[in-house]
Design a protein around this ligand. Structure first.
Ligand code: CP
Ligand code: NVA
Length: 302
């Protein structure tokens, strides 16, 4: 494993091994055990989009591992004035030990990895959000003990989160059902990946049918970063695609709810369901820290 560019870069074994390392790092942090596995190393963090969790968890995680993290806004970098990613990658590789990037096009992340010589971590693109999925899988395993036999249901936009959830959940052995309106389906590459899982995967616009018997229910905003001008049109298209009491009644008793955050209450999830499952959702947010520390150690430890 040289980079983390998308979920399908990881085999089941690699995911489980990362989750085990995340558990270990979480234990060490909670028990005050110093774990400077990346002492003296520097992570550059390029942000072309806003962030609370990704920025803070990577930066804090890097400090906890004995290294340092550098926030690089595209507003300030020459990349924002047109310096090619090929050159940026080669320059940053001379200074840093790893790069985390949040941007729009997946190709930019792939190019950074291709032209640079240090590990690259995808901190969200329009296509996927692998760091979030590792945190989500860590949270599911904490609550449910194992993945086998579980049904994972995602309701809403077939966006970066949906794409990564599908790949991650199928890879670790869960059944996956996706409820999306027509015209907002997940990426064709992801649907092709899911095809090979046969009846382990379902996609439909029938929300309650997809939610039936689910052990994990997940959702995300209806308009992602960069789609703000489509918000009204999207609100109409997604009107029936809300995680609410009816969905939770269709799901298994004891089903957990995940949301990558930020959440828009009364849009993709009701306030009531959100608050009833706040423990899971904020454990999920915390687990970004532990999962990403595992990714950094795996990729950067010399
Ligand atoms: N879930 C997530 O990636 O949050 P931020 O956008 O705050 O980083
Ligand atoms: N789908 C959302 C996820 C935010 C973490 C977005 O891309 O804005």
């Amino acid at each position: 494993m040289k980079h983390l560019l998308k979920m399908s870069d990881l085999s089941r074994e690699e995911i489980i091994s990362l989750l085990n390392l995340a558990d270990q790092l979480k234990y060490e942090q909670k028990h005050g055990i110093t774990h400077h596995r990346l002492a003296g190393q520097t992570l550059g963090m390029i942000f072309q989009k806003s962030s609370t969790r990704t920025r803070v968890s990577f930066e804090a995680g890097m400090y906890q591992l004995g290294g340092s993290a550098m926030f690089l806004s595209s507003r300030d970098l020459q990349i924002g004035r047109g310096e090619p990613v090929q050159d940026t990658a080669r320059v940053l590789s001379r200074y840093l030990d790893g790069i985390m990037i949040r941007t729009f096009a997946q190709q930019e992340v792939e190019d950074l990895a291709r032209y640079g010589s240090i590990p690259v971590i995808n901190g969200l693109t329009d296509y996927c959000h692998p760091c979030q999925i590792l945190a989500d899988l860590l949270t599911i395993r904490e609550y449910k003990g194992a993945f086998e036999g579980l049904k994972f249901c995602y309701i809403g936009d077939g966006n970066n989160m949906a794409n990564s959830h599908i790949v991650g959940a199928l890879t670790v052995g869960m059944k996956v059902s996706i409820a999306c309106p027509k015209g907002y389906h997940p990426h064709p590459d992801v649907l092709k990946f899911a095809e090979s899982y046969g009846d382990q995967f379902q996609l439909s616009d029938q929300v309650l049918e997809m939610a039936a018997g689910a052990d994990v229910v997940a959702t995300d905003v209806w308009a992602s970063m960069g789609q703000e001008d489509e918000a009204a049109q999207r609100a109409a298209a997604f009107a029936g695609f809300q995680v609410n009491d009816a969905v939770m009644e269709a799901a298994n008793p004891g089903a957990m709810v995940l949301h990558c955050l930020p959440a828009h209450r009364e849009e993709e999830i009701t306030e009531k369901v959100f608050e009833a499952h706040a423990d899971e959702i904020f454990d999920e947010a915390e687990n970004r820290l532990h999962a990403q520390k595992a990714v950094m150690v795996r990729l950067m430890q010399k």
